[in-house]
Ligand binder design. Structure first.
Ligand code: HEC
Ligand code: HEC
Length: 204
């Protein structure tokens, strides 16, 4: 009985310590993102079409991807060494900083938006593609609790690359979550990928 009470006390302590650690410090994070700015921009709006915006991305998703790069679950020659240099606390801090920034976004390719919107909002019945909004939300803001990333205003060239990487299974991350996207992207043609990516870039 007595040891049961002690155990419960230790659990509460462990939980509260976890919470303290998990909360990143955006101010400390800003200083640590100087090295990231060359590609992702000072405010998380990236400097190149194949480099993702990180502004307003959910902190939990950013940390998850950084860990995936560090352990080699997700690989990229530019990004892997960057993640390897970060401690767990660095990851929490940079994630808190980027999550607090605003997406500037850019214009969508007008010739592709109509088809892209149709896929994003309604899916494709004939090939059983699920509407993207089911998980990423009508305005592309994702779902932090489920770790469904925010997509609105994301650069279309980056989105095309990621959908192709999911489709050919070179983007794996963790099994459960990445498999969802491998399955959805596996049903998309190149033209459908380009269309939905154009729509996502224009989302606000
Ligand atoms: C030399 C360029 C470069 C630098 C510097 C860089 N990154 Fe990246 N980063 C990339 C590229 C390229 C990708 C996309 C990789 C892919 O296609 O899978 C990426 C992807 C990411 C992702 C995944 C985004 C998503 O939406 O899934 C995160 C998070 C990230 N970087 C964080 C950082 C942080 C934090 C730093 C600084 C410590 C940093 N990056 C520095 C090039 C860079
Ligand atoms: C059932 C939920 C679900 C549906 C439906 C879904 N997604 Fe996703 N999506 C996810 C999850 C979970 C991830 C993160 C997977 C990982 O960790 O690699 C993700 C990741 C992505 C990414 C990578 C984001 C980044 O920053 O790197 C893109 C792009 C994307 N989804 C686009 C789409 C598009 C386009 C559709 C519709 C055709 C779609 N998704 C449908 C759950 C979903």
């Amino acid at each position: 009985m007595k040891s049961g009470i002690l155990y419960a006390g230790a659990m509460v302590l462990a939980l509260s310590m976890n919470v303290t650690h998990a909360a990143g410090d955006a101010k400390a994070g800003q200083a640590k993102t100087a090295v990231c700015a060359a590609c992702h921009g000072m405010d998380g709006n990236s400097n190149g079409p194949e480099w993702p915006n990180l502004a307003a991305q959910h902190a939990g998703y950013i940390v998850k991807q950084l860990k995936a790069f560090k352990t080699g679950q997700r690989t990229n020659p530019l990004m892997t060494p960057q993640a390897q240099a970060l401690s767990d606390q660095d990851m929490e801090d940079v994630a808190a900083y980027f999550a607090s920034q605003k997406v500037k976004g850019s214009e969508a390719d007008a010739s592709k938006v109509a088809l892209g919107q149709q896929i994003y909002q309604g899916g494709i019945a004939s090939t059983k593609v699920t509407a993207c909004l089911a998980c990423h939300g009508p305005d592309g803001r994702g779902n932090p609790a489920a770790v469904y990333p925010s997509l609105y205003g994301q650069r279309s060239a980056y989105v095309v690359l990621q959908l192709q990487n999911y489709r050919n299974h070179t983007r794996t991350t963790d099994k459960g979550q990445a498999e969802i996207m491998q399955m959805e992207a596996g049903k998309l043609t190149d033209d459908q990928i380009k269309a939905v990516a154009a729509y996502i870039q224009g989302l606000r």
